[in-house]
Design a binder for this molecule. Structure first.
Ligand SMILES: NC(=O)c1ccc[n+]([C@@H]2O[C@H](COP(=O)([O-])OP(=O)(O)OC[C@H]3O[C@@H](n4cnc5c(N)ncnc54)[C@H](OP(=O)(O)O)[C@@H]3O)[C@@H](O)[C@H]2O)c1
Length: 263
């Protein structure tokens, strides 16, 4: 049972809408499990109110920081004092620390969460060949994180091919030791296949990649949290692949977010 008092550190998750947000509950569970005296609540903030909300949060002395979700992850950058290397690379921030003097430091922990989820599942990344489908917000964070984690070959497939080309070029420039390129959504020959698109959230969605070409040795990793078992994961499991659910990424982000805000 969480006991919030005047000594508790307070956080918010700023979004619009907020009804789908579950990260607040997970973060509260994380605090309770570790005996951290802090509490987090979603805060429904329309885009027009983002700047005034953040100006107010700066002045609230028991606020440790805040998370940022759709549609604020990019816009928030211009309202912060400092952005970490991952946030700058990705071009989006999802957690912000409020320092004692009211200045704000933001960074992106999506990639750390994804890598943490794989590590918890015992999936080795160093030297591996990875097919990543998707080059949106989550995809950008994950591509840089995979290269940073030492994968040998990263192929990025995306519906809008130009976005995959741009992302591959940015990752290759930042991590020349990783062979990074844009290519088709064909998992044959890869050790790990990752879905970072939103395909699989709705029942009539197309498959994110060519499921018939998944080898049993390929690890299938997902970012989607609802449904927990997407058609991609179900097909991979049926082909005897190891699977890593999107929930693992979110759970692993809790530690990274807690560290970022200094709790
Ligand atoms: N587990 C976690 O902790 C976590 C964290 C963050 C996000 N997520 C999940 O990640 C997913 C993506 O989020 P995001 O923020 O990256 O979204 P986003 O920035 O809107 O990117 C969406 C991606 O999906 C692709 N896509 C969307 N509809 C498609 C379609 N009909 N056909 C083919 N490709 C399609 C987009 O391709 P185009 O570039 O061609 O549009 C893009 O690559 C969501 O399900 C989100 O809930 C999970």
């Amino acid at each position: 049972m969480q006991r919030i008092t005047g000594k508790s550190r307070i956080l918010f998750i700023l979004g619009d809408p907020v009804a789908h947000i579950v990260g607040s509950a997970l973060l509260n569970e994380h605090f309770v499990a570790r005996g951290i005296d802090a509490a987090v609540s979603p805060l429904h903030v329309a885009p027009d109110d983002l700047a005034t909300t953040i100006a107010t949060l700066r002045r609230l002395q028991n606020v440790a920081g805040f998370g940022v979700t759709i549609p604020h992850k990019i816009r928030v950058i211009e309202l912060l004092d400092e952005v970490g290397a991952r946030g700058r690379q990705v071009g989006a921030v999802n957690f912000v620390r409020r320092r004692a003097d009211g200045t704000l430091f933001g960074d992106n922990v999506d990639g750390l969460g994804f890598i943490g989820g794989l590590a918890k599942a015992g999936v080795e990344l160093r030297g591996k060949r990875v097919l990543q489908v998707g080059a949106g917000g989550a995809g950008r964070a994950i591509a840089f994180a995979l290269a940073e984690a030492g994968v040998a070959h990263l192929q990025i497939a995306n519906r809008s091919h130009a976005r995959a080309v741009d992302l591959a070029a940015a990752v290759a420039a930042a991590y020349p030791g990783c062979r990074t390129e844009a290519g088709p959504a064909d998992p044959a020959g890869f050790d790990i296949a990752v879905n970072t698109t939103s395909l699989g959230m709705k029942p009539d969605d197309a498959d994110p990649l060519d499921l018939a070409r998944l080898a049993p040795s390929c690890v299938a990793a997902e970012v989607i949290m609802t449904p927990e078992m997407t058609p991609f994961l179900a097909a991979a499991s049926a082909r005897s692949c190891r699977i890593v659910r999107g929930k693992e990424m979110l759970l692993a982000q809790m530690q990274a977010a807690s560290d970022l805000v200094g709790l």
